[in-house]
Design a protein around this ligand. Structure first.
Ligand code: APR
Length: 225
């Protein structure tokens, strides 16, 4: 059976990482347009770098929870594609294989001039030189609003062939990720949502309500024992 899993901030909530749109979420404390757009980076690179430094520090000190560990087990099964919108590395640190980070990742730096990627330092100064081309064009390796998510070709191929699609801990607010359930359903996949509560009643064939650290291990066990 080919399974595609899409995860969002709710997967890491019980690891202590703030989600975006829950009451105390990240976007409550910062306006998206001030910290998560290319214009924001051009306008105030120091503010943007500080925002991601703080999130990088938080993510590095967080620990994978049972939901990450269960998905790591599932990812080792043949035919499973694990996609995350999260920029923390908790799935990777839980041992998940070949995680598709469609919105980038905090522990990676990107050169805006030559496209080189390298492990991000704990804090990224403005104007940090690229180790390959030397230009002072280093930026967080994060997909900002208005930019194209990564690995969309791989994602679309997986959605075309999926027998089962699961959306875990995501509010379904941001496209293209929010539309993956529709693509999978159109291609005949069964769809399931694992969330504290249904985000769009009727959109998924099945909804499993509850905290991810309980529902995800149970769901994975129901698939692979
Ligand atoms: N268990 C399961 N689900 C949870 C839990 C939990 N413990 N805690 C919160 N959730 C759910 C919420 O109900 C909500 O549906 O996680 C979801 C979090 O939604 P958002 O904060 O919108 O996060 P996400 O869907 O990942 O955002 C998508 O938006 O801002 C951009 O790039 C950013 O990747 C992010 C994208």
């Amino acid at each position: 059976m080919r399974i595609v899993v899409l995860t969002g901030a709710g997967l890491s909530a019980e690891s202590g990482l703030a989600t975006f749109r829950d009451s105390d979420g990240l976007w409550e404390r910062h306006r998206v347009e001030d910290v998560a757009t290319p214009e924001a980076f051009r306008r105030n690179p120091a503010l943007v770098m500080r925002f991601y430094d703080a999130r990088r520090l938080g993510a590095a000190s967080a620990r994978p929870n049972p939901a990450h560990q269960a998905l790591a087990r599932l990812s080792r099964q043949p035919g499973v594609t694990l996609i995350t919108q999260n920029v923390d590395a908790l799935l990777d640190r839980a041992g998940a294989q070949d995680v598709i980070h469609m919105h980038g990742r905090l522990d990676s730096a990107l050169c805006a001039a030559c496209g080189h990627r390298w492990p991000a330092p704990d804090t990224m100064p403005v104007g940090m030189p690229c180790p390959r081309c030397g230009k002072p064009e280093a930026r967080p390796d994060i997909v900002w609003f208005g930019e194209m998510p990564y690995h969309m070709d791989r994602i679309e191929a997986a959605l075309d062939r999926a027998d089962l699609f699961a959306a875990i801990g995501t509010s379904g607010n941001v496209y293209p990720a929010a539309g993956f359930v529709d693509v999978a359903a159109m291609n005949g996949a069964e769809t399931v949502e694992l969330n504290l509560a249904a985000t769009a009643p009727g959109r998924f064939d099945r909804v499993i309500e509850g905290p991810a650290s309980r529902t995800v291990p149970e769901w994975v066990a129901s698939l692979i024992g």
